[in-house]
Design a protein. Structure first.
Ligand code: 9Z3
Length: 351
């Protein structure tokens, strides 16, 4: 009998199958509008995902392991959250994010001696395997038949690059540096983020939050999600979707779940005339350390760092674009340097 390899790099939980036990529960009160004080209602009025205790154990073990070795830990969030319209989910609202920013950034944190908790949309891009993913190419294109036609080999053209990626991947895996934690829905994302943030409080300012996931702004409260596929005759042939605003979780993260960690959030816009104002407003509203603004259209080539001191663009040069340099290879080391300053400043005030 062949044994299935077990790998700590693969998560033991799966998030794409909905929890069908929670049919419409009319006893759950309607979720109130998301004022700052009411944000915690979300966690009170919604049922946590059933697998959360498994994640809690994995995260606690991972953090303790790295805490003992004085290693800094980055929580990298990645990919888009979904908003299911049915419990047995046939339809859901999604967004464009492929998880490139998160998967790529995780690699650069690992390269700079951080351990990484990778909170990602299940089946979106992953660190290392992203280079050979179904979303970018067909992995079979990297393979060739051996000269005698009996084996599969990596095509000569790709040997050099694949060996580099393989070595980094193996190192991260062997040293237990990367913990994969999946989500699919915005609900799973919020519960898991809160849990991980609280577990990470053990390491205080040695934690950095890098929030690159594209999180839905609107959702359907569980009190209004039907159990089964919506039938067109039930809705008079017209589906009108009435969504509630997602609570502004970032405020809770900064104020209460991870008050001494360094927090970096991303602001996504499509209209360049409002990007910096919106990023600045987010920084003011949540009072954290850095907002990175990016436009959907140019996000792979340029981003803007917005801090209380001012704003600064990071742009790839034409040769860098030609040589396919990842913008994350520039922005992650900058964040790491800011994290060093952040730790110093916390120590100086005795935290
Ligand atoms: C981002 O802005 C990310 O950089 C992208 C990366 C999602 C654009 P890809 O995954 O794209 O590489 O294809 N993430 C944050 C988006 C977001 O939802 N931000 C919230 C907001 O804009 C604040 S947390 O209000």
């Amino acid at each position: 009998m062949t044994e299935t390899p077990t790998s700590p790099m693969l998560s033991r939980v799966h998030t794409s199958a909905p929890d069908t036990d929670s049919a419409i529960d009319r006893t759950i009160p309607e979720f109130p509008a998301a004022t700052p004080i009411d944000e915690d209602n979300y966690f009170r009025l919604h049922k946590p995902p059933p697998y959360l205790s498994q994640i809690s154990r994995d995260v606690a073990e991972f953090i303790n392991f790295h805490h003992k070795q004085n290693r800094k830990v980055a929580l990298v969030t990645s990919g888009g959250t979904t908003v299911p319209l049915e419990n047995n989910t046939v339809r859901f609202i999604d967004n464009f994010s492929a998880g490139t920013r998160g998967a790529t950034s995780a690699e650069y944190f690992l390269e700079n001696s951080y351990a990484v908790i990778f909170l990602h949309r299940e089946f979106s891009l992953l660190p290392y395997s992203r280079h050979y993913s179904h979303t970018t190419n067909c992995f079979l294109d990297y393979l060739a038949e051996s000269p005698d036609g009996t084996k599969v080999e990596v095509d000569d053209k790709f040997q050099k690059k694949m060996l580099v990626v393989l070595k980094k991947y193996r190192y991260a895996k062997d040293q237990n540096l990367l913990l994969m934690v999946p989500f699919t829905t915005v609900h799973q994302y919020l519960f898991t983020l809160k849990l991980i943030a609280q577990e990470m409080s053990v390491i205080g300012y040695d934690a950095v939050f890098f929030l690159a996931a594209a999180v839905s702004d609107f959702f359907l409260p569980s009190s209004r999600i039907p159990q089964h596929k919506i039938q067109s005759k039930e809705v008079g042939g017209k589906l009108v979707v009435d969504l509630e605003p997602v609570p502004k979780f970032l405020r809770r993260l900064v104020d209460s779940w991870a008050p001494i960690a360094m927090i970096v959030s991303f602001k996504l816009e499509t209209d360049d005339s409002i990007l910096i104002d919106k990023a600045r407003a987010a920084l003011k509203r949540y009072n954290h350390q850095l907002v990175i603004g990016n436009l959907l259209q140019t996000r792979k080539k340029q981003v803007v760092f917005v801090t209380p001191e001012g704003e600064r663009w990071v742009k790839l040069t034409p040769p860098q674009i030609k040589n396919r340099i990842d913008i994350e290879s520039i922005l992650v080391p900058e964040i790491i340097s800011m994290h060093g300053d952040w730790i110093q400043s916390r120590k100086e005030i005795g935290l």
